[in-house]
Design a protein around this ligand. Structure first.
Ligand code: IPD
Length: 292
């Protein structure tokens, strides 16, 4: 019910604020990070401590619900139909390690594999993004002011791809098909039209897919494209974006299994449906045979 979802959202906000305090208190300059697959794929003691706190609090309050977290994930784990909390304790771990303040805790509730509640909190900026399905998306800033998303009151027309500001992210792989896809897409987005590219206004890599979704929801970035991020990176941002009138295109809809194939995420900000569909088409045409 709506009241139940609101209660869950409030609990997720409390937990996100506690997680944020742990991130602020952590001395990330001591270099407590370990390498996962390679030197760009990192995990810190704080990632693990935050996930443990989140999981402990959620499983004691909601024992019947599932839990899927980035750090506890094991190959074969799947998002199930039952209500499930999805947690990325620190989205933007590399930013966190470097002290670049674009990093967030990302918490979501899914029901039948669809995100119903999303909370993304960046404690270093004090930005709290929240959404409940059918109840709108909101940003509460450090000053305590809450505004509905998108931040523009009159919907700005969505520009064609070549006038858009586009977020892209690099992930952690630095070779192989996924890397080839990311680099060739970034190059094609930036290249001059005469030379066959889309010549977008520019691309931005903020280092957190969860916050990219929120910036698109706010209308500050026109779209976000990434090939290969995981369910916990996008789940909370997904409902925040949709509730702000945005759309997520062709990211194996409904199939949330964190497998490598087909995880192509294109998030488009709020605008007229026809404008959104037009930029989606422009981008998919541009992708052509690029796959991984
Ligand atoms: C990563 C960040 C990064 C994106 C990766 C994500 P993490 O999340 O969002 O920007 O490129 O795909 O996995 O590892 O920092 O939680």
């Amino acid at each position: 019910t709506e009241a139940m979802l609101r209660e869950i959202k409030d609990d997720l906000v409390d937990i996100a604020r506690a997680a944020g305090q742990m991130m602020i208190d952590a001395d990330h300059s001591v270099g407590d990070s370990d390498t996962k697959k390679n030197s760009s794929d990192r995990v810190t003691a704080t990632d693990k401590a935050v996930e443990k706190m989140v999981q402990d609090r959620l499983t004691s309050t909601y024992p019947a619900f599932g839990f899927l977290g980035e750090e506890g994930f094991k190959t074969g784990d799947k998002l199930e139909d039952k209500p499930t909390f999805v947690c990325d304790p620190i989205d933007g771990t590399l930013n966190f390690i470097h002290g670049f303040p674009n990093t967030a805790v990302s918490l979501a509730l899914t029901i039948e594999k669809k995100p119903f509640v999303g909370v993304v909190y960046n404690p270093f900026r004090g930005d709290l993004f929240t959404a409940i399905k059918w109840q709108g998306a909101f940003l509460t800033t450090a000053t305590g002011l809450t505004r509905r998303l998108p931040l523009t009151t009159v919907p700005k027309p969505l520009p064609s791809l070549n006038e858009a500001l586009v977020a892209v992210e690099w992930g952690s792989q630095r070779s192989g098909p996924n890397w080839a896809l990311r680099t060739s897409m970034a190059q094609a987005l930036m290249t001059d039209k005469e030379a066959g590219g889309a010549m977008v206004h520019s691309i931005r890599s903020n280092g957190s897919a969860a916050l990219d979704f929120c910036y698109v929801a706010a209308g500050q970035i026109d779209m976000f494209w990434e090939g290969g991020c995981w369910v916990w990176d996008v789940c909370a941002g997904w409902v925040i974006l949709e509730e702000a009138g945005g759309m997520v295109a062709s990211a194996n809809p409904g199939d949330w299994e964190p497998t490598l194939e087909g995880r192509l995420y294109l998030a488009v900000r709020g605008a007229k449906r026809a404008e959104q569909e037009d930029v989606v088409k422009q981008l998919w045409d541009m992708m052509g045979e690029r796959k991984f």
